[in-house]
Design a protein around this ligand. Structure first.
Ligand SMILES: Cc1ncc(COP(=O)(O)O)c(C=O)c1O
Length: 366
């Protein structure tokens, strides 16, 4: 019988804190589609200020934030956007920019650290001479932190260089900053500096910051005016969103400071998984590069999926109440958030050891 649950599937699984629930209950609200919700207005102004941009807009999800941003920058038919082949927009957002927006994606290989080589980005920009045949490049997208690359941070210097390239070619730069606060904390760089070169940024409040719902997009006033219209088109115009913004406000005020501790625990986790793996008498079970753990995510590869597959490991762990997510046939990930204690981490690690022994024993008995 499961007596304890340690949910490491994602940082989206946090439950609203008491302070968030209290703020939601007492939020001053009105109809935001009519532009009248005072809590939403205050929250958006604060987000614009923190991000160093002219204006901000609350949207229901990170996916909608990215979609709206891409569509605003690519409003002319036949537009193309350059993005990482392993980016969230490309891999996990249902191809919405193409299916809904008619925008053509052009991928460039992501390096293991989440960057794309600048010369490769430049080579991917369509030459205007080919306009009779080619789509027109209008936008470059970066992701910070880069989730599929293990939550790695993209530096301000790299972002600036991509911004310069974009300007040189008359393009815009959008950042999927679902976890930009994790990057800011890990790098020790203010968030507005990290996104200085970007024309727009989408920020999730419902990831490591722990709000129950919502993302914010930021950019110029003109960008946000167009974004607001698209939000309505996509069905994302909602009425008394002050309730959600009140919780997001608490997330902003109380939870940014907790991210550093999440990163510390993720490092402990990575290092201890290696110790467990080494300590078992079977062959080493996992490969994890602990030094590449920069924020709150730990991806590890199983050494031999025919002995231990990510799916079998996650299923067996589930029986102990430890929830993790397979990410491919050879890898799985755990994500730390502020509702995971150090005790939870030690419990999860004990369960991993037990799960491995169980799986290996069943395998031998077969
Ligand atoms: C990097 C990144 N961008 C965007 C999103 C989309 O956010 P949402 O799930 O709120 O649509 C996610 C979700 O996990 C993400 O990890």
């Amino acid at each position: 019988m499961v007596t304890r649950t340690v949910d490491l599937r994602s940082d989206t699984v946090t439950k609203p804190t008491e302070a968030m629930r209290a703020a939601m209950a007492s939020a001053d609200v009105d109809d935001d589609v009519l532009g009248a919700d005072p809590t939403a207005q205050r929250f958006e102004e604060e987000m614009a200020r923190i991000m160093g941009k002219e204006a901000a807009l609350f949207v229901p999800s990170g996916t909608m934030g990215n979609l709206i941003s891409v569509l605003v920058h690519c409003e002319i038919r036949g537009s193309e956007v350059i993005m990482g082949d392993n980016s969230h927009i490309h891999v996990y957002e249902n191809g919405g920019i193409a299916t809904i927006g008619g925008v053509h994606p052009k991928t460039v290989e992501n390096n293991p650290d989440g960057t794309m080589d600048i010369d490769r980005i430049e080579a991917a920009i369509r030459h205007p001479n080919g306009a009779l045949y080619y789509p027109t490049t209008r936008l470059i997208c970066l992701e910070n932190t880069h989730a599929n690359c293990g939550g790695r941070c993209i530096s301000a210097d790299y972002t600036d260089r991509v911004g310069e390239l974009a300007r040189k070619h008359g393009l815009k730069l959008h950042i999927d900053g679902a976890r930009i606060f994790n990057a800011s904390v890990a790098l020790g760089v203010p968030v507005h500096r990290l996104v200085q070169a970007a024309d727009s940024v989408s920020v999730c409040m419902s990831k490591g910051l722990g709000a129950p719902v919502g993302s914010v997009i930021v950019g110029t006033k003109e960008f946000i005016t167009k974004a607001k219209r698209l939000r309505k088109t996509l069905g994302g115009g909602m009425r008394q969103i002050g309730i959600l913004c009140a919780a997001a406000f608490v997330a902003l005020q109380e939870n940014i400071v907790k991210l550093e501790d999440d990163h510390r625990k993720a490092k402990i986790f990575a290092e201890m998984v290696l110790t467990i793996s080494d300590g078992l008498k079977e062959i080493k079970q996992f490969r994890v590069n602990a030094s590449s753990v920069e924020t709150n995510m730990v991806f590890f590869d199983v050494a031999d999926p025919s002995v231990i597959s990510p799916v079998s490991l996650c299923e067996t762990l589930g029986k102990f109440g430890v929830l993790a997510m397979p990410t491919s046939s050879t890898s799985l990930r755990v994500v730390i958030h502020f509702q995971i204690s150090e005790g939870d981490i030690h419990y999860a690690l004990t369960c991993i050891k037990q799960a491995i022994q169980e799986i290996v024993a069943v395998g031998i008995a077969k």
